[in-house]
Ligand binder design. Structure first.
Ligand code: PLP
Length: 356
């Protein structure tokens, strides 16, 4: 039985992407070698990198100011690389503290310069987004996490500001149609919604780099990666290839418009079910609820554990909440089918009936 995969990351990928990846491991494009065996400076791989970068620009409809990079080190490394490249030690950057990932980004940024926490929702355990705040015009950039993977909140409208916006989109990249040109830098670890672990996407307005006086380690300098067309050193070849396969799949299925439609349908079904059953409760402010990661609870811990156990026994995995949050978390990334959400909502109704 194929499991219903609600993992938060690494997470579900389209079946056809998995099959194409398997074929490429055996024999890449029929060349007689595995994708794992080819040099990163061969045309075989350079074509992969070029197409992946191009597809990102096309799907996001980015203007010519933007460069697309595929880098090592996960989104967490971007917590560090962003301020290292953009924030001088005497300067201040604005950060929103809306969850565990944003607060880690704040810790990294304070190593390089000053951090101004312009909005926090910590007072209510990160169950909402504080959207009313001012950003001093002298702040170097504003950092937001567009989707709080652990807490289950998501920005549905973005702050209007003249300060450049840096966005961690690790868990909702390519899930909706938005104006990506409003951001100066976007980054995302691939393993949630666009591929396998081992690579991060960085989309950067090339005009924001090179504006600080700090010496930057060459391997961490965005400009060097831009100049090298994202092959400064050996990239994670296979992870980039899986990202390319996923990007092709997104385009073939109808692009971001279609991904958004599916996310709306899946999340509506799940949240409507939660709200209709008194046994379950979602503490997240309704207008801030995430269409990617739904976080909710059964207030009786014994019943909640039973529910998690029933999920497992019925082939639904990855449903347990993050270790610091507890509760239930259902992740509904692009590749998750509507039928999987139907399956878990049926179990929720059955369980509520039995225990309600
Ligand atoms: C998972 C996640 C991260 C951390 O990603 P790594 O690739 O493990 O470093 C950062 N930000 C968000 C929003 C995430 O969901």
């Amino acid at each position: 039985m194929k499991l219903h995969n609600f993992n938060s990351g690494p997470s579900i990928l389209p079946q056809e992407v998995l099959e194409q990846a398997v074929n490429a491991i055996k024999n890449f494009n029929g060349i007689g070698l595995s994708i794992l065996e080819i040099g990163h400076r061969t045309n075989w791989f350079l074509d992969v990198m070029q197409e992946a970068r191009f597809l990102v620009k096309e799907l996001m409809q980015l203007n010519d100011n933007y460069e697309v990079l595929f880098l090592h080190g996960g989104a967490t490394t971007q917590f560090m690389q962003v301020p290292m490249n953009l924030l001088d030690s005497t300067e201040t950057a604005a950060y929103c503290d809306n969850g565990i990932w944003g607060s880690k980004a704040i810790k990294e940024a304070s190593v390089f310069g000053n951090v101004n926490i312009v909005a926090s929702s910590k007072d209510k355990n990160y169950t909402y987004l504080n959207k009313n705040f001012d950003i001093p015009t002298n702040n170097k950039y504003l950092h937001i996490t567009t989707n709080n993977t652990v807490e289950g909140t998501q920005w549905h409208q973005f702050p209007k500001t003249n300060v450049p916006i840096v966005a961690d989109m690790s868990s909702d990249i390519f899930s909706r149609e938005i104006n990506f040109n409003q951001f100066s830098l976007i980054y995302a670890g691939a393993q949630k919604n666009m591929g396998a672990a081992g690579v991060s996407l960085v989309v950067i307005d090339k005009n924001i780099v090179g504006k600080i006086s700090r010496k930057i380690s060459p391997i961490m300098n965005y400009q060097n990666h831009i100049d090298a067309d994202s092959v400064l050193n050996t990239p994670p070849v296979f992870a980039v290839y899986v990202a390319l396969l996923t990007l092709r799949w997104i385009k073939k299925e109808g692009g971001l418009k279609e991904m958004q439609k599916r996310a709306e349908q899946k999340s509506a079904l799940l949240y409507n079910t939660i709200d209709s059953l008194p046994l379950f409760h979602c503490p997240i402010n309704k207008e801030d609820r995430s269409k990617m990661n739904a976080v909710f609870f059964i207030d009786n811990e014994r019943l909640q554990n039973n529910f998690l156990e029933e999920c497992k026994q019925n082939g639904m995995i990855g449903v347990k909440g993050y270790r610091t949050m507890g509760g239930i978390r259902v992740s509904m990334y692009n590749a998750l089918k509507y039928e999987s959400v139907e399956t878990i909502t049926q179990l929720m109704k059955y369980f509520a009936n039995k225990n309600g």
